[in-house]
Write a protein that binds this ligand. Structure first.
Ligand code: 5AD
Ligand code: SF4
Length: 460
């Protein structure tokens, strides 16, 4: 399950920053604490926010308690995501009470989605800024006084292309290739909170990824809400993949999330022919029932989707697939749900993200209603998760005895001396570290055993 929680706190490289500004005093450098909720896109946006604020003279604080400015970059995809942020705001209100001079800001999708309700619940907020307003944040924070400053204008032209985000360290970097979404799936709030689709010029992306390669990044993940709808002039997403593959030093390319309807021959061809593009695809299906897919306005049928899976597997035999599934969309009957379970078995996903349907204000499905009870959604979700665990385990066990090149990311989270990295199929490989093997290296490993979430390996 992928439920938004705080997924990252950005800490800036203070030492190098101080060196750049060695005559300035700390008082001139307000400390900001930035907490991120939601998807990869939000992490990438937080890196842009970080760059904007750093340019304006801010330094980072490690804890909200020590900060002059506290920012939450939020997610609105499901009600649960918003509830978590509201809970966190409750905690922050205590800091505001104790130190009224602290500025507290709400950024991102929730700011865009429900600002009135939020201002009612958290009247102490100083700044509310939607995803297209980050350029103006320093000014907003500076001006915020007795009244909150709210800027939730969506801007069809804003791509932040000229702002190089503060990438964290590591072998993998997430690079935004396009912003927004034009699909308007009936359940989804994204087009309303992130606005229309817009792609970033290939030249900008090439410059940025080239710089990342120079800093030791080995893998880039191109990001966009419907990333394969990318288009800039004559360049479609297949062309972009090939361009990125020409950058020296970048060894692996991934992207997320594609829409099945935009999975063109050009993209499949680039995946099949360009060795740097990894054999892994997150291909959200949402439901395995044509009736529900139509109500969701997804723009494809189950047969279309399965045909795409066949074409992908023919072109890229090593491909691993993952998906997103929503349990209990309005009108989903037992038979529709069974059809979803059936498609999961038929495709055999390597992994899946599964969610209970959450009615979102402003969406097309808002007025339809919410016919499946909370309990029934819970039952369906549990059944989906149990089935997927079984399938993931079987698929991972099928790799036992096989060898894979693994891009080493660093120490494994658990186990003394253990290291972790990803296989081309984006499966987590864990192995005992050896002298001379470090993050950024690619090593060949053999799979010894597998769980539903990772592969235990030895260096081959
Ligand atoms: N309720 C539940 N899940 C949702 N998603 C998007 N909107 C909703 C909603 N209203 C899921 C979809 C999407 C993923 C990012 O979140 O499965 O692919
Ligand atoms: Fe939401 Fe559909 Fe756009 Fe994905 S493609 S962000 S589910 S509207």
């Amino acid at each position: 399950m992928r439920e938004p929680r705080c997924i990252g706190v950005l800490a800036w490289p203070k030492i190098s920053f101080r060196l750049m500004n060695d005559r300035a005093t700390d008082a001139a450098h307000p400390r900001v604490y930035l907490e991120t909720y939601g998807c990869q896109m939000n992490i990438a946006d937080s890196q842009t926010v970080s760059a904007v604020l750093r340019r304006a003279g801010y330094v980072s604080a490690d804890r909200a308690e020590d900060a002059d400015v506290i920012l939450l970059n939020t997610c609105a995809i499901r009600e649960h995501a918003e509830e978590r942020v509201l809970g966190r705001l409750g905690e922050l209100s205590r800091i505001k009470h104790a130190r009224p001079e602290v500025k507290i800001g709400l950024l991102g999708c929730m700011a865009q989605h429900n600002r009135a309700a939020i201002m009612e619940k958290a009247a102490f907020l100083d700044v509310v800024a939607g995803p297209d307003s980050y350029r103006r944040l320093p000014e907003m924070i500076g001006r915020a006084g007795d009244d909150a400053l709210i800027d939730v204008r969506l801007d069809r032209a804003e791509t932040y292309a000229d702002i190089t985000p503060d990438y964290g360290g590591g072998v993998r970097a997430y690079v935004t290739a396009m912003r927004g979404c034009d699909k308007f799936c009936a359940f989804c709030v994204v087009p309303y909170v992130r606005g229309r689709e817009r792609s970033i010029a290939p030249a900008e992306l090439m410059r940025e990824i080239g710089e990342l390669a120079g800093r030791g990044v080995k893998e880039v993940v191109l990001l966009g809400q419907t990333v394969n709808a990318y288009r800039f002039g004559d360049a479609d997403f297949g062309a972009l993949l090939k361009m990125v593959a020409s950058i020296g030093g970048i060894e692996r390319i991934r992207f997320t999330s594609p829409h099945p309807g935009d999975m063109s021959d050009s993209v499949i061809e680039a995946m099949a022919t360009e060795p740097k593009v990894q054999p892994y695809l997150h291909l959200p299906i949402q439901s395995g029932s044509d009736r529900i897919l139509a109500a969701m306005e997804r723009g494809y049928t189950v047969a279309d989707y399965l045909d795409l899976v066949v074409r992908l597997r023919a072109a890229i035999p090593a491909i691993a697939l993952s998906t997103d599934i929503i349990a209990g969309f309005h009108g989903e009957e037992d038979s529709d749900f069974e059809a979803t379970m059936e498609v999961m078995r038929a495709v055999g996903y390597d992994s899946a993200f599964m969610f209970k349907y959450s009615v979102r204000e402003h969406t097309r499905a808002f007025r339809l209603g919410d016919s499946v009870s909370r309990e029934e959604k819970g039952r369906r979700l549990s059944a989906l998760i149990a089935l997927q665990e079984e399938i993931s385990l079987a698929r991972n066990r099928a790799t036992v005895g096989r060898e894979f090149p693994v891009l080493v990311e660093g120490q494994a989270r658990r186990g003394e001396g253990m290291m972790a990295g990803k296989t081309p199929q984006f499966k987590t490989a864990i192995f005992a570290g050896v002298e001379g093997v470090a993050a950024g290296d690619t090593v060949n490993v053999r799979v010894d055993s597998a769980s539903s979430h990772s592969l235990m390996c030895s260096i081959a």
